[in-house]
Design a protein around this ligand. Structure first.
Ligand SMILES: [Zn+2]
Length: 70
């Protein structure tokens, strides 16, 4: 989950989006995870788990991620 959180390089705002919702700047993962082919589709595996309600998260977090990624 932590690798999903990105940070705007311009204003420093944390977001789940690829583009900063505040200033439109580019975002990136503050602490990039070690590269692994298995993680390439992590986002989609997480989304699938969320959609199937198999990922234990708070409801508001789940809704925010689904909203941001869809
Ligand atoms: Zn920004």
């Amino acid at each position: 989950m932590k690798s999903l959180l990105k940070r705007c390089v311009d204003c420093g705002m944390y977001t789940l989006r690829d583009v900063c919702p505040k200033c439109g700047g580019v975002t990136r993962v503050p602490h990039p995870p070690k590269y692994s082919p298995e993680d390439k589709y992590q986002k989609y595996r997480i989304l699938q788990k969320l959609a199937l309600n198999k990922l234990p998260t708070r409801e508001e977090v789940r809704e925010q991620i689904l909203r941001d990624f869809t």
